[in-house]
Design a protein around this ligand. Structure first.
Ligand SMILES: NC(=O)c1ccc[n+]([C@@H]2O[C@H](COP(=O)([O-])OP(=O)(O)OC[C@H]3O[C@@H](n4cnc5c(N)ncnc54)[C@H](OP(=O)(O)O)[C@@H]3O)[C@@H](O)[C@H]2O)c1
Length: 355
């Protein structure tokens, strides 16, 4: 036990050293930022330990579901690509919302022989952090499909330098949270149309274990007064879980056959870490992190596993329940963020699909 603790602490300091020395992420400039970094290292190590301890539980059984339709944001690489692969293996038609549909299709066909699936692959343009693009993407889906069985809110960025989107929102909150909230609202009529008693349609929000160190800063949600990338990322990932919880409350009140779950996919070796010091220690990632295929398992588990049926509003990790931020267990705090978001996005009636 002592050896394990010493090893973990050593790893922590090695990682910190790399952060301070080499990362393209902004350096901690004060005690608050340094504390944030240390908390990230701690949460990351706990996440790695969790992935290791529960590795035998991290499984998903694929089964054929022809005729079902899934929408996924991103999916051209990383966890999303392996999620698309699994959905197609289930004969589910997959609509990908991606920035470059041509290269996205090429990425999928490099890992999937489409002739082996009864599901179709459709790639449409989507820039999830741009509300106009989200609206256009949703319109295209609505024009072609009157029901959507699965919505997988996967696209994400981490530790990016400060940037405001065309709509004036900070890029983490816009990409990881606001764009997906809007898409969920716009596609809700189609999700409701697909769900039925005993077979809910499902929304899966890919959050992260770093929700545990997140805080919604209502006074400066865009980090205008003070921006730190780690804070922006954990805020956006906590926001996804708070919204998941309140959206489920609303859907339950409407007796809608739709469930919304949040997921931590594990600590996964993907390009998400491009602004992280782990870029300089690829062997550590290869050794300790999950592969994208393993990272896609809990995502697909949340999307199709019969054991999750009727268990909306939960946060899943390694094929079971994960540990949520205390705010996520406080309905008033979940509702506060939900209302704030609806106001920001000019949504008057969540789930109506109308702005
Ligand atoms: N990797 C991990 O350890 C980990 C842990 C916890 C949670 N997660 C979450 O898992 C999800 C997938 O991450 P990943 O690890 O697979 O990362 P990744 O390999 O970097 O993939 C990110 C995906 O998001 C897409 N994306 C980013 N910005 C977009 C935008 N504005 N519009 C449309 N698509 C956009 C990317 O598309 P482009 O190719 O166009 O950039 C790509 O498909 C993210 O939500 C992430 O926060 C990952």
């Amino acid at each position: 036990m002592v050896t394990l603790i010493i090893t973990l602490l050593s790893l922590l300091f090695v990682f910190c050293g790399f952060y301070f020395a080499k990362t393209s992420k902004e350096m901690p400039k004060n005690w608050y930022e340094l504390k944030t970094e240390l908390r990230y290292q701690y949460i990351g190590l706990v996440g790695l330990a969790h992935d290791f301890i529960y590795r035998s539980r991290d499984r998903v059984a694929l089964y054929k579901q022809p005729g079902r339709v899934a929408v996924i944001t991103g999916g051209n690489r990383g966890i999303g690509l392996r999620t698309v692969e699994k959905l197609l293996a289930c004969d589910i038609t997959v609509i990908m919302g991606v920035r470059d549909p041509v290269s996205a299709k090429a990425a999928v066909t490099s890992v999937v022989d489409l002739s082996t699936s009864d599901g179709k692959l459709i790639c449409e343009t989507l820039d999830i952090c741009d509300f106009k693009s989200v609206n256009e993407f949703a319109e295209k889906i609505k024009a072609r499909y009157n029901k959507v069985d699965l919505l997988i809110n996967n696209a994400g960025i981490m530790f990016a330098p400060f940037k405001l989107t065309a709509d004036g929102n900070e890029s983490h909150i816009a990409t990881n949270y606001l764009g997906h909230f809007l898409l969920t609202h716009l596609l809700m009529p189609e999700l409701k149309a697909a769900g039925k008693e005993g077979k809910n349609s499902r929304v899966v929000n890919i959050s992260s274990c770093v929700n545990l160190i997140g805080r919604i800063n209502y006074n400066d949600i865009n980090g205008i007064k003070h921006y730190y990338p780690g804070t922006a990322y954990s805020q956006s990932k906590l926001a996804q879980i708070l919204a998941t919880r309140h959206q489920q409350t609303i859907l339950d009140a409407q007796s809608a056959h739709v469930q919304v779950n949040a997921v931590h996919p594990g600590i996964v070796d993907t390009d998400l870490f491009e602004h992280s010091a782990t870029t300089y220690v690829p062997f550590v990632k290869k050794l300790l992190f999950k592969t994208p295929e393993q990272g896609s398992r809990t995502v697909v588990f949340a999307a199709i596993d019969p054991r999750v049926e009727g268990k909306g509003g939960t946060y899943l990790s390694n094929g079971g329940l994960g540990q949520m931020h205390p705010d996520a267990k406080n309905p008033a705090k979940c509702e506060k963020l939900f209302k704030y978001t609806c106001e920001l996005l000019k949504i008057e009636d969540f789930g109506s699909g109308k702005i």
